[in-house]
Design a protein around this ligand. Structure first.
Ligand code: SF4
Length: 336
């Protein structure tokens, strides 16, 4: 199978129907034992210091691994991808554009999917068939999510990892399904996390310092029970067609759709506080204004750049935030 790099979550069912093997370049970059080396490839090629690290990592890993075809999302993800696509073309790579509609409209989504299928030499009907093939993997990912917040049997890092990798199922959905099935059977036998731990939501793009963040929180009495965008990658509302599935996926559309999903999950999962992660030099950071307006719970905004571990400054801010939440939890308990 020919590998096709993807720059974010895309309708991989169409790619698979075209006989391609989608690999999420973000996941490949961040899982590399030396991500700095990949960022350096981009900087040596001329990417500026003040460009988002994810973009530089995507470029670096693509060249490093010799991936010669990339599906670039030109609307509904990242404005930097437009210029990244041009640089890929300059380097002789095949860059296939894909644009989400500007609103979650099923009919318009259907047209986008048909155009993508045609560009890749397949059909939407082939993609719909793959939707059925992926159903099991997606439902296992959502079962893991449920075990996280409802049963307390899964930690925030495990939840992040399995949901974030549902963008490409680690390049092999059958193997993903097999491994996740084994993990879930272990999770069902686990002792749940203690009830008194603080329950956090994580919203925003995936963090550059992912393992360290989740582990640090758990060492300090808090666990993430809701990873917003990562959960969206697993398609929690698949609907009855691919067009419906990708219209229900909130990330590419106006932020009100994300907020409705976030508000419902904060209530359902009994969340005590929210961490909003923003990536340095990312336009999405401005959404902090809107989240702070819409969400009544305490919010901690963390920014990451090219630091793959938590700095002392970030650790101090997390500890102070958790102290606030613990005091608030005690005050609420006394009030009842
Ligand atoms: S973090 Fe922001 S700037 Fe970076 S790739 Fe994602 S959307 Fe683009």
């Amino acid at each position: 199978m020919t590998t096709i790099g993807i720059t974010t979550t895309v309708p991989i069912e169409i790619l698979l129907a075209a006989g391609l093997r989608p690999v999420d370049l973000n996941n490949l970059f961040i899982a590399d034992p030396n991500p700095d080396r990949l960022v350096n490839i981009a900087e040596r090629a001329g990417f500026p210091q003040n460009c988002c690290t994810w973009i530089k990592g995507i470029y670096g890993v693509c060249l490093d691994r010799g991936i010669d075809t990339v599906l670039c999302v030109t609307s509904g993800d990242c404005s930097n991808t437009l210029m990244l696509m041009e640089v890929f073309k300059l380097r002789g790579l095949r860059a296939v554009p894909f644009a989400y509609p500007d609103q979650p409209d099923v009919h318009r989504m259907q047209l986008c999917l048909e155009a993508l299928a045609e560009a890749l030499g397949t059909t939407l009907a082939g993609g719909e068939k793959m939707q059925g093939e992926l159903k099991k993997s997606r439902s296992l990912a959502l079962e893991l999510d449920e075990l996280t917040w409802r049963a307390g049997a899964v930690g925030g890092w495990e939840n992040h990892l399995w949901l974030v990798t549902s963008s490409d199922f680690n390049g092999d959905y059958r193997e993903y399904q097999h491994q996740l099935q084994q993990l879930l059977s272990q999770c069902h036998k686990r002792q749940p996390h203690p009830e008194h731990m603080l329950r956090l939501a994580y919203i925003g793009v995936p963090p550059i310092f992912a393992p360290d963040l989740y582990r640090y929180l758990e060492r300090h009495g808090a666990r993430v029970v809701f990873n917003e965008i990562q959960r969206q990658f697993a398609m929690p509302q698949p609907g009855t067609s691919l067009a419906e599935q990708y219209s229900n996926y909130t990330y590419p559309y106006p932020i009100c759709h994300r907020i409705s999903d976030i508000m419902a999950e904060l209530r359902r999962r009994r969340v005590d506080g929210v961490i909003h992660y923003v990536q340095a030099f990312c336009h999405r950071g401005i959404a902090d204004i809107i989240f702070r307006h819409a969400i009544e719970l305490p919010i901690l905004t963390l920014e990451g750049n090219d630091d793959y571990m938590l700095s002392h400054h970030v650790k101090t801010r997390i500890e102070a935030f958790l102290d606030v939440l613990k005091r608030r939890q005690r005050a609420l308990a006394q009030a009842h």
